[in-house]
Design a protein around this ligand. Structure first.
Ligand code: FE
Length: 205
């Protein structure tokens, strides 16, 4: 657990939630319900192995392969499972298509449900009460604060994740990317563009 050291040399105690997690973890290990190795492995997977680069590869393929895109939109969960991308927090995934008329953005108003199996761990702001409460009330303004200006004539749809359904946005493919390879395309697809708070990067970026 990371401690914050102040300039006076004292360390601040861990947050209440962190202490509770530590207590629950210790009990589970003590009672033999989970092993420390198994817990470390789960943390390692979601911190270091699974991440937005996995989601980006899928979106890049959806940009270039029409039948794959259709399959992804028709049944995201099944398509991901065929790619071996299932598991924790990835049970039911719905892909949302950004178009010239519609921009999609994802939130979990209740807590922080997120497609871990495809995007790794959620960013801190995704779990923040300000984002969760404001994006449903004033999505256009919140997106502006992310640096994303959605034209007034474009509809913004906000999708509220639940314990059952997680959403992933397929951002619009930027102009001038016709000649790029799949790996070059996936570099344009950021974590935030798959949440919908930003657009995919342009070739100039
Ligand atoms: Fe949640």
């Amino acid at each position: 657990m990371k401690k914050i050291t102040h300039s006076n040399g004292y360390t601040s105690p861990p947050a209440y939630a962190a202490l509770r997690i530590k207590a629950i973890q210790s009990l589970l290990i003590e009672k033999g319900i989970v092993s420390e190795e198994a817990l470390n492995e789960v943390v390692d997977i979601y911190e270091n192995k699974v991440g937005p680069h996995d989601g980006a590869k899928i979106i890049a393929r959806a940009w270039t392969d029409v039948s794959f895109r259709k399959k992804l939109l028709d049944d995201g969960t099944q398509t991901l499972s065929e790619l071996g991308m299932t598991g924790f927090e990835g049970a039911h995934v719905v892909f949302l298509e950004n178009t010239s008329d519609i921009h999609n953005v994802v939130v979990c108003t209740l807590c922080s449900c997120y497609p871990w199996a495809v995007l790794g761990l959620p960013p801190a702001w995704f779990k923040a009460p300000q984002y969760r409460s404001r994006v449903v009330i004033e999505p256009r303004k919140v997106l502006e604060e992310f640096g994303t200006n959605i034209p007034d004539n474009k509809e913004i749809r906000v999708w509220d994740s639940t314990a059952e359904i997680r959403y992933i946005v397929i951002p619009e493919r930027p102009e001038g990317t016709e000649s790029l390879s799949s790996s070059e395309l996936s570099c344009l697809i950021t974590r935030d563009s798959m949440i919908g708070t930003r657009l995919a990067k342009s070739v100039r970026e």
